[in-house]
Design a protein around this ligand. Structure first.
Ligand SMILES: [Zn+2]
Length: 275
């Protein structure tokens, strides 16, 4: 993953997704917006207690810098579920200008329609962008520890296969900045839930330095699910950037006691003559 300066703001790009000419994607940062205090500066989340006007301005600053139209963005009202929505023309623009129109109870989105940017908002949870260059299908999803245990990654890959005839071996995925195994401490309750959901937790949970606490490895959990679904390991790019360690660049809920903004990842198929 590499950073790209766009004048006012900075975005990050996955190397494995950047190779596809008919694809646009990005991960936003805190840089360049007009929000202040814990939301400074480029908060793109309407739902976190920031001023709506500022959030809208921030979204415009970001999309202008990217040369994209905010009205082509689609957002979900994320709730740590494993619900995946198929987004077509009628879904374009949902949740772009206000939170009320976002797709309800949804944490994953798939589409094969050009000119729709599927967005995912995070601050510590893992933003995952997915692309099948053969069937020309994109997906974005929101995977924190809850979403991982509910198998949002498996559900999303399953939806691409079922809806569009994707084959797992053709799929590429990028796991964006999020709380890493250096920082992501959880309690015994999460450990027990993980045991119930996964059976063996050897690869995703280890003991923390703090007695009675554990480290939940969100990166390993989601990578594991991609590989279980059949996505080749060399098609998976892990940003390896911890949002808690890098809270100056990315919003981190945990580094800010729950009061902070959101950055986003987005993915879009370009409109081409073939369509
Ligand atoms: Zn960290």
């Amino acid at each position: 993953m590499q950073s790209k300066d766009l004048g006012e703001t900075t975005v990050f790009l996955f190397d494995n997704l950047a190779q596809f000419d008919n694809l646009r994607h990005f991960v936003s940062t805190r840089r360049g917006g007009i929000s202040d205090r814990c939301f400074a500066a480029l908060n793109i989340g309407f739902h976190v207690g920031d001023d709506n006007f500022r959030v809208l301005q921030n979204r415009r600053i970001l999309t202008d810098a990217l040369g994209l139209d905010l009205l082509k963005f689609t957002f979900a009202d994320q709730c740590h579920s494993a619900n995946v929505a198929v987004v077509n023309d009628t879904g374009r623009g949902r949740g772009a200008m206000e939170k009320e129109s976002a797709l309800p109870h949804t944490d994953g989105m798939v589409s094969n329609v050009p000119d729709i940017c599927l967005g995912v908002q995070v601050a510590d949870c893992v933003p995952v962008l997915v692309y099948d260059p053969v069937q020309k299908v994109i997906a974005s999803l929101h995977a924190g520890w809850r979403g991982s245990l509910r198998r949002i990654v498996s559900e999303t890959i399953g939806k691409m296969i079922q809806q569009y005839g994707s084959r797992a071996e053709n799929i590429y995925a990028g796991l964006g900045p999020s709380a890493g195994p250096c920082c992501y401490e959880v309690g015994g309750d999460v450990y027990r839930e993980a045991r119930m959901a996964l059976g063996s937790v050897k690869k995703v949970i280890k003991s923390a330095k703090t007695p009675g606490k554990y480290i939940f490895d969100q990166w390993a959990a989601n990578k594991e699910q991609l590989m279980d679904a059949g996505v080749p390991e060399d098609h998976i790019e892990l940003a390896g950037i911890c949002s808690q360690c890098e809270e100056q660049t990315f919003f981190s809920s945990r580094a800010n006691q729950g009061m902070t903004g959101r950055f986003m990842a987005g993915i879009m198929l370009k409109k081409t003559r073939q369509y």
